[in-house]
Design a protein around this ligand. Sequence first.
Ligand code: RNT
Ligand code: ZN
Length: 417
Amino acid sequence: MKETLVSRAYEVARERYAEVGIDTERVLSQLQDFHLSMHCWQADDVIGFEVQAGSLSGGIQTTGNYPGRARNIDELRQDILAAKRLIPGTHRLNLHEIYGDFQGKAVDRDQVDASYFQSWIEWGRENDTKLDFNSTSFSHPKSGNLTLANPDEGIRRFWIEHTRRCRDIANAMGEAQQDPCIMNLWVHDGCKDQSVCHSLYRSLLKQSLDEIFAKPQPMMKDCIEGKVFGIGLESFTVGSHDFYTAYAAKNNKILTIDTGHYHPTESPADKVSAVLPFVPELMLHVSRPVRWDSDHVTLMDDPTLELFQEIVRAGATERVHYGLDYFDASINRIGAYVTGSRAAQRCMTRALLEPASSIARLEVEGKGFQALATLEECKSMPWSAVYDEFCLRNDVPVGLDFIPEVEKYEREVTSKR
Ligand code: RNT
Ligand code: ZN
């Protein structure tokens, strides 16, 4: 019954969109090629599997203690698969270094190598999931306030070694999956209070990055992520957006845009067309800041929608990697995983369904009101029927039907932890 309703609604939507020159079948196939890089850290509150794990540091925080957190690698894998069953399409998994398969062994960050990720590589192969990667400079006794920008040579060397090894691991993943692994580099380096050493720290970070990136790694791609500030590091951030934008432009690196990492009235979406002429590609960390970089679950809010629209309008869908980055410990984590992932897909659906070239034509012909009216009309076009059809064709619950599935998994699995 529901299936016929969905299909009927889709048929109507198909005709409505055809009237404005949009082929919904083409959009459905574009959606099939739209791969999210799911952040493994959503299922366990960014803790990971180090034997020596301490508490989360580096200016990031999860708040809440909803029961059912994944406590080990098997539980995490189980949760990721449970979430994936409810998200249409095929998706990648974004691992942090602290999620290695350490088998109860204390492996310090400057000792890690690809052997600890062999089981992930196999898991990825078995589950049709390509892997992306991140070095991890937070939650470690040597994290402090400064890692790659630390004037202490020993500490700086430690983190350079860690990050180099992470690139080796990413490259091994890329080779195994015959598709480049995208490795993100984010360090929290900054100052709680006023500092007169901005220039010193930034030159150290630049030097560290130059050393780290010196080795060619053909099967991985580097991306670098700045931010405004972290908790406890409010006064100064070494790796600011400007720093990494300049570094990426000069060194041909991928720039990561985390939607939570800008000033509250600044538009992450507007950065897409501003930086793409100068950097090879973009990585996204789709998140939702509520007053600060609070990493709330992604929703189809205006900033997120605009981000996807700007990518599509720029014709840049193939030059962007679509990572997610939020961690909410106050609600069911699988539900949060699925809600955020589907929200990102829904934004992409709307963006792909926009008759952008006709609107652009109106705009350049000076037909301002007609362009505005068309944009306004797009908001109420039946885009959701297209996303529902996408779920249906991928054999994934349509609409709210995924809620009982999450509840069942909670009853049977996560509530028993
Ligand atoms: C922190 C950055 C970073 C982390 C992850 C866990 O502000 O957004 O990307 O969230 O690496
Ligand atoms: Zn991020």
